[in-house]
Write a protein that binds this ligand. Sequence first.
Ligand code: G3P
Ligand code: MG
Length: 357
Amino acid sequence: ASRSFSQLPLNPQRPSFGIAFDIDGVVLRGRVPIGGSPQALRRLYGDSGALKVPFLFLTNGGGVPESRRATELSELLGVHILPSQVVQGHSPFKTLLKRFENELIIATGKGEPAVVMSEYGFKKVLSLDEYASYFENIDPVSQYKMWTAKQESGNGSDSKKLVPKYDATSDRVKAAFVVSDPVDWGRDIQVLCDILRSGGLPGHKNTQQPPLYFAADDLEYQAAFPFERLGMGAFRIALESVFNRIHCNALEYVSFGKPNPFVFKNAEAILRQLQSSCNDNAIDNGDVGSNPLKTIYMIGDNPLVDIKGARQAGHPWFSILTRTGVFRGKDNHAEFPANLVVDTVEGAVDYILKEES
Ligand code: G3P
Ligand code: MG
């Protein structure tokens, strides 16, 4: 299912196409580059090292600020990635700043979820780790957790004597954010249920559930292990199933990330900005609107997330499915078929550059 593209050479025009790369299962597995990703990405830069083709990473993962992720990706992939080229599942949380800027919010997930939210401008953020430490015995099995025991002995009795930043026993939590894949599902489900069924003050009676936001809703994703791993969507189902059994009202939540249409709209806007900085000799008056992106390629490994999202986004998106992650089929996916199926990301970039030359 290919399409005909402009036969104009890349130079001296600004390229009229852009690329969105999924990360897990397409360019990396864990921290290991896959599918010839370093070579493929290098082809998007000119000899001088300047960006020749506008591209970004569109991942549902996260846990560190975009600037840090850009540095990590640059080191792993051997090309210079700008923070603006990294869109993570939690990146759209920024849009909630006005509503919660000065309110107490809780952030959970691997990495540094509270740092992520603070960098977005939220002023009163506590990680769920820290929040839980203010409530003695909130996790009845914490003493059996090697990492908790280690942390406590490592800090002496410091963690017990932590001076609370906010009075967690009287300051109501106004929203909870699942920023990245939760590390301790059991503890997180317990404490989130405490917060959500008490109106933000564990132990109190209040049926008004504070808003709950998830950075993504991936049921499974491709990590370093050869078979898919349970993702944030699986955690959401677990939390929701328990919450709905112990509380009178069903759990209310909002999930961000792919396949939501606004994620693709936002990626398109960023690519248009990047396009304007590509090819300084371009015959263009600098107005990014003067040379619209005719095609944006989404290269992903998950039909239900990456391909579904690109299909829903419609024109100018063109979906390419690789076989290096969640999808391993011989033919196309039955329910969410991609415009093209290739083995690796290198094959995808090869196809794109041929089509666009
Ligand atoms: O935790 C990350 C996972 O949910 C998906 O990441 O890069 O495949 O969108 P990605
Ligand atoms: Mg993926």
